[in-house]
Design a protein around this ligand. Structure first.
Ligand code: AMP
Ligand code: GLY
Length: 423
């Protein structure tokens, strides 16, 4: 089989390494891919993740049998719709279902209509109405830009004045562009966060092993929000009782709601959950695999990824085995110092063969056969082991074998989870 993966980060590298395990796979093209992914797939740097017409042309010209659309942008722009119409079966939701991530107002309204637990909220397109709501609901509150804002459109405001400032910057100053012309203001929830990625064909939903992201740039959750500095799986806060409750009150109701709305969701639906004192609630939905959650979830998948992905497309997930190992995984991201703000790039990357075998590369390019840093998050190294403490230790041991100038990583990935295991 000839496969095509759209995207070019650590998540896509992890998908490609898992897809390659299927003996029927002859070749995997990655559009655009990156210099590190080039070790495992044929990268096509000329075709960007959002260039849907070129992706369709490429798929036809190379007789692609199956395509995985990984990032949110092409999903929201209709890559799956266009490729499917051209006869290429795809993993991922159509645009009308991807809206569950692309519009926070849509997902919040969906949860309200179908009684899916989430933070109380109101949606505003009028600034004065938003201010009036803030005056009536003092104290810590959350202000979110409606559209995709690269994960940065969320302000956790401690005071009403901070919240007013957030509304002003989104609606007046347009710091997130048109994403901010509609804002969602919601209740401030507390509790540990859990990421649950799930496979779904629109009828059946099968949760994958749970995980925990580490979004802040610095140790002990200090510093700016990033795309994710590391992950562990499974997440100790996601107990069997919580998992049962999530299936009943969140996962199945969401899949049914999307179908009832004429927006049947197929692919990976990612539930960003907060385990509050009043039970699990949805913080956000993503219409895709998470990054770097994928880098800990897929190494624990024992079933064949391609078979499971195809079952979501064909509607046969109920008859498909999806098995995860009982072990644990830890992914430690090594970034360019300065990320998520300004950083330098172009430094040569060296690593041991063992580290390279465990690496999922995000921000790197090849130049004269040498791998150079080319992004904020450069790569993640994942280790799996029987227990979480062993996986963490091993992930750091291997990460110490990765070198480039101005390299930076958090030193506490997994520590919060370890503490939860002790309590
Ligand atoms: P989002 O982009 O919606 O995932 O939000 C980014 C981060 O902001 C989440 O991972 C949470 O840590 C935090 N957050 C979002 N919504 C809330 C809320 N209602 N209460 C508390 N924290 C929140
Ligand atoms: N790691 C969070 C996300 O992929 O959205």
């Amino acid at each position: 089989m000839k496969l095509m993966v759209i995207g070019g980060g650590g998540r896509e590298h992890a998908m490609i390494k898992a897809l390659k395990k299927n003996p029927d796979v002859e070749v995997i093209y990655c559009l655009p891919g990156n210099g590190g992914i080039a070790a495992d797939a044929v990268c096509v740097p000329e075709i960007g993740a959002k260039d849907i017409p070129a992706q369709v042309e490429f798929a036809k010209a190379h007789a692609i049998d199956y395509c995985v659309v990984a990032p949110d942008d092409p999903l929201a722009l209709g890559a799956v719709d266009a490729l499917t119409a051209a006869g290429v079966p795809c993993f991922g939701p159509e645009a009308k279902a991807a809206v569950i991530e692309a519009s926070k107002a849509f997902s919040k309204d969906l949860m309200k209509k179908y009684h899916i637990p989430t933070a109380r909220y109101e949606t505003f397109t009028d600034k004065e109405a938003a201010f009036a709501y803030l005056d009536a609901n003092p104290g810590p509150i959350v202000v979110k830009a409606d559209g995709l804002a690269l994960g940065k459109g969320v302000i956790l405001a401690r005071t009403t004045e901070e919240a007013r400032q957030a509304v002003r910057s989104m609606m007046e100053d347009k710091v997130f562009g048109e994403s901010g012309s509609k804002v969602v203001i919601e209740e401030f929830l507390t509790g540990p966060e859990v990421s649950v990625l799930s496979f779904t064909d629109g009828e059946t939903v099968i949760p994958m092993v749970s995980s925990m992201d580490h979004k802040r740039s610095g140790d002990n959750d200090t510093g700016l929000n990033t795309g994710g500095m590391g992950t562990i799986a499974p997440n100790p806060y996601y107990t069997e009782a919580v998992a049962r409750e999530c299936m009943e009150t969140i996962f199945l109701p969401t899949i049914r709601a999307m179908k009832a709305e004429g927006r049947t969701f197929k692919g990976c639906l990612y539930f960003g959950l907060m385990i509050t004192p009043n039970g699990p609630k949805v913080i956000e939905y993503n219409c895709r695999f998470g990054d770097p959650e994928t880098q800990v979830v897929l190494p624990l998948l024992e079933s064949d990824l391609l078979t499971v992905m195809q079952a979501t497309t064909n509607g046969t997930l109920a008859d498909t085995e999806v098995k995860f190992s009982d072990g644990a995984a830890c992914c430690v991201v090594t970034a360019s110092r300065g990320y998520p703000e300004a950083y330098e790039k172009g430094f040569p990357i060296t690593m041991s063969e063992e580290a390279a075998a465990h690496a999922y590369v995000a921000g790197a390019k090849l130049s004269d056969g040498k791998l150079l840093t080319n992004g904020g998050r450069v790569l993640g190294v994942t280790a799996t082991a029987a227990t979480l403490p062993e996986a963490i230790k091993e992930a750091y041991r291997l990460s110490d074998e990765v070198h480039f100038d101005n390299a930076y990583r958090r030193s506490d990935i997994g520590q919060r989870a370890l503490k939860a295991l002790e309590d």
